[in-house]
Design a binder for this molecule. Structure first.
Ligand code: MCN
Length: 796
């Protein structure tokens, strides 16, 4: 293996372990732990009148039953509101165990701890909760009508209302030669990772310290939250994310009710306690996303150039707002995609409903924004009789206009400025890849054979690598292995590989010599978390900075040993040598392992390495300090990265679909992606991320929806009823990349983790509309939805 690591499509280093069953997920931990289970509300909206545990007491194996009344101190306070915002005038969070009221089916009310999960579940079934029913608010229309309220003290069910504008949109629309209006509807869905949530906690009474394993996207944040909730010093709390079987956003919220309760009970009982979420609990007790109604009013000229764009969004935020109102903020600031909108106004209302709380799911509001913008572009093209790619291209921000300031505020409170991107080149590549110009010939052929086909396109721009910071630590061990750690967590993105590539490249060592740890506060405690496609930008640059410092130090130490100027040295294949000289030349090179020995104050303890060191650096003089005056011992260092602002990735998807004229079955014949996430660390991993994202985009467009009845019962809370696409439904994804390096970070990286999912609904709606000859304005669309739409359009 060579030291060329950055940019190489190397296979994921973590896979042999995972594919041979060596993974260690939450439920693999703590087999001797007591098991927790929760009594959850069966009602969408009710007051808790009484809780009767008489029938449960005395059950063999029962250890403890807890209700809100048992929660002492801060554990009994409302859960934290993580991202406050001035527009969030009526933020509300629930409790670790419901206090007086429940606001959605699935809200935890009682915790049972028992010797095993069966007993715990049996006890839950014996606990009687008496409810006073309240009428539920289900769906955006009901929330908007506000005849009933979710929270008595929140008028109109509005948690937040926000307007962003740039220019006089009313004047622009009044003056525009053409104006169109669209009403759009995206249904509620959820990320549904294959591994649900889970927590294991162990209290060490001797040491007064807590160790928590949790299936999270943010172990450092969980640690801080638990220390505060449980009133412990931060350094007495360790939080470790073991292997995490998918997160997709749902595991960024912290602390979950169960994440407070399991450690709280472990401390109280002095025993290990564990809870593993089951699938139904995940559907009703975790979080959802997507649900929005949108109204778009757009003004444009005869060439299809945008003059004014006015968007209103009604966002279903569910029962609480623990993660603030980030989703509608992202929708309304990022829907602009690669276009100049003319005058722009975006307004949203975030609405409470008696349904599961909404927090970001991969894409986090962008799929809805992309749907609004791209349906609008198609509508303009249809109205003017122009090719859909032509209308898009005419509105593109051009590369020579970068950096482009939209005159709006981004979700992080900084100005919305695109740093770089070549949208015309991206479109060009995509049109070639899918064969846009040749499609009409294919359509004619298909039509002649009685087939109905359509082609669609959708573009997006995505703010990635949001701050405030991430860090990394790198160390060369005295056997030459390199260990690195970053505090953010991994849910399947291949971080152990890409970060090893970054470190290997900077240090000049083979990539398989680098071992990376993520998500373990014992190894690295300063971190924010994995979300918003930020790990590559943030921890990538932080680890590169740490490795660069280690490299400089290795050159200094080796320079002393080789009596050479460090500026004349390089590291190749783990050997420090005079630039250009062959490795192994006597006196002219020295292995990094030996440098690590020389830099270690205890180097006399390393007999073998010390002996080796004499071959390269002359006799080791143990009376001499190991490192230069002012240098710290050891070949290790930390690095941090804080971005000036977010960097904007972009991409465009095109799809060809076929719709069955009789059954309305929808088949994807081709799906093409051109994507630009700046400099690629590992093209194979990025492609995998895109494939996963597209699979979720296809799910959101054609299959996945949360179906509630009027009473607020989720009717499809199982994988029997909630349709996810299998490999059989996910098309072959043809991918091409552009690499427009970000000028904002040293490695030129932009994020990639969410990209694939963003245009899924927009591109398939575009293609289905093209096949059917009428506009699809609602997602997801099933064959029966399409069939009904056809019927509606038939003359009676
Ligand atoms: N990458 C790269 N070169 C780039 C950009 C990214 O090689 N120029 C690599 C990264 O190093 C990383 C992967 O691509 O291995 C994704 O990088 P990034 O865009 O930084 O995204 P994050 O690592 O921060 O991951 C978060 C993102 C989000 S927000 C969700 S949600 C999501 C996703 O990633 N959840 C996932 N991808 C997921 N993939 C899996 N398997 N499981 C999840 O839960």
């Amino acid at each position: 293996m060579t030291t060329k690591a950055f940019g190489e499509p190397i296979a994921r280093l973590e896979d042999p372990r995972l594919l041979t069953g060596q993974g260690r997920f939450l439920d693999d931990i703590g087999h001797r732990a007591l098991a927790a289970a929760f009594v959850r509300s069966p009602h969408a909206h009710a007051r808790i009148a009484a809780i009767d545990v008489t029938d449960a007491v005395g059950v063999d194996g029962l250890v403890a039953i807890y209700t809100h009344d048992d929660l002492d101190g801060r554990a009994g306070e409302p859960l934290p509101l993580l991202i406050p915002h001035e527009a969030l005038t009526h933020g509300r969070t629930g409790y670790a165990l419901a206090k007086d009221e429940v606001n959605h089916v699935g809200e935890p009310i009682v915790m049972v701890v028992a010797t095993d999960r069966y007993v715990a579940e049996d006890v839950c079934a014996r606990i009687r909760v008496e409810y006073e029913f309240l009428p539920p608010v289900v769906g955006i229309e009901a929330a908007r009508a506000a005849e009933l309220l979710v929270h008595d003290d929140v008028p109109g069910n509005v948690s937040a209302h926000m307007v962003q504008e740039n220019g006089d949109v009313d004047a622009a629309l009044a003056a525009a030669p053409h104006v169109l209006e669209l009403d759009l509807d995206i249904e509620r869905s959820a990320s549904t990772p294959l591994e649900g949530k889970g927590v294991h906690a162990r209290w060490d009474a001797d040491d007064a310290s807590l160790r928590v394993y949790t299936s999270t996207q943010a172990s450092t944040s969980v640690r801080a939250a638990l220390a505060a909730r449980l009133e412990l010093p931060l350094d007495r709390v360790e939080v470790i994310a073991p292997d995490v079987g998918g997160g997709f956003g749902v595991k960024i919220v912290h602390p979950w009710p169960e994440e407070v309760m399991v450690p709280w009970a472990a401390i109280r009982l002095g025993r290990e306690v564990k809870w593993t979420e089951d699938r139904r609990e995940h559907f009703v007790g975790a979080t959802h996303e997507r649900g929005q109604l949108q109204h778009v009013k757009v003004g444009f000229d005869d060439d299809g150039r945008l003059l004014g764009l006015d968007v209103t969004v009604w966002h279903d935020n569910g029962a609480y707002t623990p993660y603030g109102i980030i989703v509608p903020i992202v929708t309304t600031t990022q829907l602009l995609g690669p276009y100049k909108p003319g005058a722009y106004r975006a307004e949203f209302f975030s609405l409470y409903t008696n349904t599961v709380t909404v927090t970001p799911y991969r894409g986090a509001g962008r799929p809805q924004g992309c749907f609004a913008m791209e349906r609008t572009m198609d509508a303009i093209a249809a109205y003017l009789g122009l090719d859909r790619t032509v209308v898009r291209e005419r509105n593109f921000i051009r590369p020579d206009e970068m950096p482009y300031d939209h005159g709006l505020i981004f979700q992080d409170g900084r100005p919305l400025i695109y740093d770089s991107g070549d949208y015309p080149a991206t479109l060009d590549k995509l049109k070639k890849l899918i064969g846009w110009e040749e499609f009409e010939a294919f359509r004619a052929e298909a039509r002649a054979a009685g087939r109905r086909v359509g082609i669609g396109i959708a573009c997006y721009v995505e703010g990635t690598g949001v701050g405030p910071y991430e860090g990394g630590w790198v160390k060369v061990e005295t056997d030459g292995t390199v260990v690195a750690a970053t505090g953010l967590t991994t849910q399947g993105q291949g971080h152990r590989t890409v970060f090893a590539q970054v470190v290997a490249e900077e240090l000049g060592v083979p990539v398989d010599r680098v071992t990376v740890t993520t998500g373990d506060t014992r190894r690295f405690g300063y971190a924010v978390g994995t979300f918003a496609s930020r790990a590559a930008v943030m921890s990538g640059n932080a680890l590169a900075s740490a490795a660069r410092k280690v490299r400089q130090k290795a050159l200094r130490v080796a320079g002393e040993a080789l009596e050479a100027d460090p500026r004349d040295l390089e590291i190749v294949d783990g050997v420090v040598r005079v630039i250009g000289s062959p490795s192994g030349a006597p006196g002219g090179s020295i292995p990094l392992a030996t440098v690590a020995v020389l830099a270690n104050p205890l180097r006399y303890a390393f007999d073998r390495e010390a002996e080796r060191a004499t071959q390269f650096g002359g006799p080791v003089d143990i009376s001499k300090p190991p490192v230069a005056e002012g240098d710290s011992p050891g070949l290790e260092d930390t690095g941090f990265y804080s971005p000036p602002r977010s960097t904007f990735a972009n991409g465009m998807h095109a799809a060809i679909v076929e719709t069955d004229p009789d059954t309305a079955e929808i088949s994807i014949l081709r799906y093409c992606v051109v994507h630009d996430c700046g400099t690629l660390i590992n093209p194979r991993i990025v492609e995998g991320q895109i494939h996963g994202g597209v699979a979720q985009g296809v799910g959101g467009a054609l299959y996945e929806r949360m179906v509630y009845d009027d009473a607020g019962q989720l009717l499809n809370a199982s994988f029997m009823d909630f349709l996810m696409p299998y490999a059989t439904e996910v098309p072959v994804i043809e991918t091409d990349h552009l690499e427009t390096p970000s000028p904002l970070n040293p490695l030129g990286i932009k994020g990639a983790g969410e990209a694939g999912v963003i245009p899924g609904s927009a591109v398939l709606a575009s293609a289905i509309s093209d096949a059917e000859g009428f506009a699809i304005t609602r997602m997801p669309i099933s064959p029966s939805d399409l069939y009904s739409l056809r019927l509606e359009r038939q003359p009676r």
